[in-house]
Design a protein around this ligand. Structure first.
Ligand SMILES: *[C@@H]1O[C@H](CO)[C@@H](O)[C@H](O)[C@H]1NC(C)=O
Ligand SMILES: *[C@@H]1O[C@H](CO)[C@@H](O)[C@H](O)[C@H]1NC(C)=O
Ligand SMILES: *[C@@H]1O[C@H](CO)[C@@H](O)[C@H](O)[C@H]1NC(C)=O
Ligand SMILES: *[C@@H]1O[C@H](CO)[C@@H](O)[C@H](O)[C@H]1NC(C)=O
Ligand SMILES: *[C@@H]1O[C@H](CO)[C@@H](O)[C@H](O)[C@H]1NC(C)=O
Ligand SMILES: *[C@@H]1O[C@H](CO)[C@@H](O)[C@H](O)[C@H]1NC(C)=O
Ligand SMILES: [Ca+2]
Length: 467
């Protein structure tokens, strides 16, 4: 459900508050937030048909289609020379053959990302722990060469026993530096000298803590659960509620807390396998073919980071990488700067606020100060992180409005908008039919409040603001 389409179709529906009400009625607010999927729409102002700009982002999708994988050590994949493996539970059951020179018996890394149908699973497999007691360590690095934002749990499915020790790392700078995401061990104290924790023990305040969990490594678990997770959704739920029904609260937080947004943003992931499943305290040194890693599937869901300046991200086959298709006169792989000749004010990330349309923060032509364009509708406010909505130079309050603490314009009677750039109900007839209560006051502190309270506060605000 997209308000702007209704708007485009029905020229009479000019006052956005009407549109918002329509949308609310039609989409059973707040069940489905499919927001931020439109970057601009046509609207009518007294100047005629013009563009209205909104914060926008690409849809979340399966990200494993677009990565490159590299293994370290590079020759750690099994099958060269061919080997036969036994199961962990039964050293006499040895029917797992690996031969890199035969298609049916090879287990290359690509098989971690192929489609898992109903057929026998396909998997990558390491060579066995022949070097015991030297540790069997493998790094699996997933690189996008593009900044992406994770939107769902990372899920690894093991065909071997799950590792007794493992570490998930992330990079935000294309692999130059790495930081831990989560530690996994059968015994966190022993392996990493960390107290074992689960994601359920995290709170809003400790959400960014890096924990060691024993949930995905214990004992003879592979009969029950073969997966190892990094729980994104449980972390989202700390703000958005258990079924993520209150995404508004999450978006509000992401907007105001840079660390939080960065936490879910990566260019690369690295899975560091540190110790394979042994199933018992003692490693059977006479039969090391029982110990190895095998992974059948890795799930990573996310969206391109486009700084809220694009709703589409495409894979360029020639360059072999993803790129945002930038709007709002921005450019760069992440829409991270203004286009040539559009430096009328500094580049700024779009904002999720005010919900539901956000603020586009478009780049402005260098020859136009924002003053000239400010009465085109919906000129974005400056990035809220800088708490800088208006000033006495570039972002002047219009039509006799006055700037208070760089936070908001107090508009003269009859005017509205972030910079008082619009007249009240300028195209519609009598204003009296619509709420005129006070000034728009979308202070984001509201969004920090208890999520339940939030929605009841938001809806009237949205309506008031738009009219
Ligand atoms: C894996 O990467 C880490 C750095 O993140 C490095 O110290 C280690 O030697 C690598 N391990 C292997 C087996 O290449
Ligand atoms: C991988 O290469 C290293 C050094 O190049 C070598 O020592 C090691 O035996 C090789 N491992 C396998 C499993 O072939
Ligand atoms: C492991 O034990 C099984 C059963 O005794 C045997 O068939 C297999 O060859 C052994 N593997 C190794 C590497 O010793
Ligand atoms: C990443 O993308 C940049 C720019 O498109 C390109 O120059 C570079 O070669 C790519 N790096 C890798 C490792 O593919
Ligand atoms: C830049 O933005 C203006 C509106 O501000 C739009 O008319 C124009 O098409 C945009 N230019 C480009 C190259 O996208
Ligand atoms: C927009 O602002 C400019 C300069 O402030 C003014 O000349 C113009 O008439 C305004 N247009 C509208 C539609 O208010
Ligand atoms: Ca597979």
């Amino acid at each position: 459900m997209r308000c702007p389409e209704i708007l485009t179709l029905q020229a009479v529906c000019v006052c956005v508050s009407v549109c918002v009400s329509v949308c609310v009625a039609m989409q059973q607010y707040p069940a489905a937030w499919s927001h931020y999927d439109v970057c601009k729409s046509r609207i009518y102002t007294e100047e005629g048909l013009t563009w209205d700009y909104m914060a926008c982002q690409p849809e979340a999708t399966v990200m494993t289609k677009y990565l490159t994988v590299s293994l370290d050590p590079p020759n750690i994949t099994c099958g060269d020379p061919p080997e036969t493996y036994c199961t962990l539970e039964n050293p006499y059951m040895c029917n797992n053959e690996c031969d890199a020179s035969t298609d049916e018996l090879a287990h290359p890394p690509e098989l971690m990302f192929d489609f898992e149908g109903r057929n026998p699973t396909t998997f990558w497999q390491s060579s066995s722990w022949n070097t015991f007691p030297k540790p069997l360590e493998v790094n699996i690095t997933l690189s996008w060469n593009k900044t992406i934002e994770l939107t769902d749990d990372i899920i690894l499915t093991f065909e071997s026993g799950r590792p007794e020790q493992m570490l998930l790392e992330k990079s935000l700078d294309y692999g130059k530096t790495w930081t831990p995401y989560q530690f996994y061990a059968t015994d966190c104290l022993d392996a990493f000298t960390m107290e074992p924790k689960t994601v359920n023990e995290l709170t809003q305040r400790t959400l960014l803590d890096i924990i060691c969990t024993e949930d995905y490594s214990r004992g003879y678990v592979w009969k029950y659960d073969k997966t190892v997770r990094f729980e994104i959704k449980d972390r989202f739920a700390l703000f958005a509620g258990p079924r993520l029904h209150n995404m508004a609260s999450l978006y509000g937080q992401l907007d105001t807390t840079r660390n939080l947004r960065d936490f879910f943003t990566v260019t690369d992931l690295r899975i560091r396998l540190l110790k394979p499943a042994t199933g018992a305290t003692m490693v059977d040194e006479n039969n090391l073919s029982r110990y190895f890693y095998a992974i059948s599937d890795i799930k990573v869901q996310g969206r391109c980071k486009c700084n809220l300046h694009s709703n589409s991200c495409v894979f360029d086959k020639d360059k072999g990488k993803l790129g945002c298709e930038c709007e709002h006169n921005t450019t760069g792989p992440d829409c991270g700067r203004c286009k040539r000749h559009y430096h009328g004010r500094p580049w700024s990330v779009g904002s999720y606020l005010p919900i539901p349309r956000g603020t586009a923060n478009i780049c402005i032509h260098s020859s136009h100060g924002p003053v000239h364009r400010a009465n085109a509708s919906s000129l974005g406010v400056a990035n809220r992180n800088q708490a800088h909505v208006c000033d006495n130079a570039m972002l002047l309050c219009q039509n006799g409005g006055t700037c208070h603490h760089h936070q908001r314009c107090h508009c003269a009677p009859g005017f509205k908008g972030v910079l008082c750039e619009r007249t009240r109900c300028q195209v519609l007839g009598p204003c009296e039919e619509y709420p005129t209560a006070g000034q728009p006051s979308l202070h984001h502190p509201l969004l920090l409040g208890p999520p339940g309270l939030l929605l009841s506060l938001l809806l009237p605000l949205v309506v008031i603001w738009f009219c």
